[in-house]
Write a protein that binds this ligand. Structure first.
Ligand code: ADP
Ligand code: MG
Length: 315
């Protein structure tokens, strides 16, 4: 047996329990066989994390395993999909068994929490890179898309924003962020229940991975509208207010929030907020869609345009 097949076998053993009723054939053949009902769309998303780009030595194997699952499920959440299964492409510098075990611990914990199966993947050697393809389902016609926002719609976000960006900033300054901030950065929670709750209510939706400003920018571009956001309404946590009060620019440009930003017709705002409360998710109205293009920020009556959007590769 080669080291590669040893490693695949270890992965297969370690995640065997992660199956669900959709999986007719999991790891072990050339491809997996998954059952999808004919009234559902198969929803597919892929996200990659590269050593030195998306994480560094400060992030443990466990946290990397958790986070690569969470960021992928966050894309399914933004579509209003139910998460079903994952494919994992693992590129490792050398067979570091302790790292792989730690990584699989974090990955399994995130999969278990969301009842997601690991049904296949690929294992190669090279610079440390973890990539996941996430598969889910949503009833045909019910997916939440980026292109449905209309002028007059209200804009809301789930949870709080800015905590992950603040944690990253404190780490960069050599400080140790408090536990809630570190949890936001290293153990994000994909808002799957919120996405499902918003089916049939939200007119558009996106998950905030690159910062509210950049991601809301995608909604307004796709929908052909503009947006006005009132910075006084931004939902900021107690920790954020303790360590970065007043720095709303960090909260809107930072990224790694994995909250949902969505638009909803004004007549449906309370329905949306009640549906979210029903799955224990808080939500905050931050602004509305206007005629035009781009995102305007209203800071105490002053209109501000920030020149610096969220994180971008290839700049
Ligand atoms: P092939 O050579 O036919 O592409 P592999 O030997 O790469 O097959 O993989 C054998 C089985 O192990 C397949 O079912 C594949 O999906 C699974 N597998 C390989 N690597 C991983 C991984 N990192 N995570 C999960 N499953 C994997
Ligand atoms: Mg094959």
């Amino acid at each position: 047996m080669t080291a590669e097949f040893d490693l695949i076998e270890r992965i297969a053993q370690r995640v065997r329990h992660l199956e669900n009723q959709q999986v007719d054939l999991g790891i072990g053949d050339d491809a997996a066989l998954l059952d999808v009902a004919s009234d559902q769309h198969l929803v597919a998303a892929l996200d990659t994390m590269v050593d030195g780009v998306h994480f560094d030595q400060q992030l443990s194997g466990q946290d990397i395993g958790w986070k690569i699952v969470a960021v992928n499920l966050s894309d399914l959440a933004a579509m209003g999909a139910q998460a079903r299964s994952l494919l994992l492409a693992l590129t490792l510098p050398q067979g570091d068994q302790a790292w792989v075990d730690a990584f699989l611990d974090g990955l399994s914990a995130a999969c278990e929490q969301h009842q997601v199966a690991l049904v296949g993947g690929d294992t190669t050697s090279g610079p440390l890179t973890v990539s996941i393809t996430a598969l889910g389902e949503v009833p045909k016609g019910a997916a939440l898309r980026r292109d449905g926002a209309a002028v007059g719609d209200c804009l809301l976000v789930t949870g709080c924003i800015g905590d992950a960006a603040l944690a990253l900033r404190l780490q960069a300054a050599g400080q140790t962020p408090t536990a809630p901030l570190l949890t936001a950065l290293n153990r994000p929670q994909p808002q799957l229940a919120a996405g499902v709750a918003l089916r049939g209510i939200a007119s558009s939706c996106i998950d905030i991975s690159d910062g509210l400003l950049a991601d809301l920018g995608h909604i307004v571009d796709a929908s052909g509208v503009g947006a006005r956001v009132d910075v006084a309404q931004l939902p900021l946590s107690e920790s954020f207010l303790e360590f970065a009060a007043g720095d709303w620019q960090l909260a809107v440009t930072g990224g790694d929030d994995y909250q949902l930003c969505f638009s909803v017709d004004p007549s449906k705002v309370s329905e949306a907020q009640q549906a979210l409360a029903g799955v224990n998710v808080t939500s905050t109205q931050i602004g509305h869609c206007i005629a035009g293009s781009g995102v305007l920020l209203n800071d105490n009556g002053k209109t501000v345009m920030l020149g610096q959007p969220g994180y971008e590769h290839f700049v």
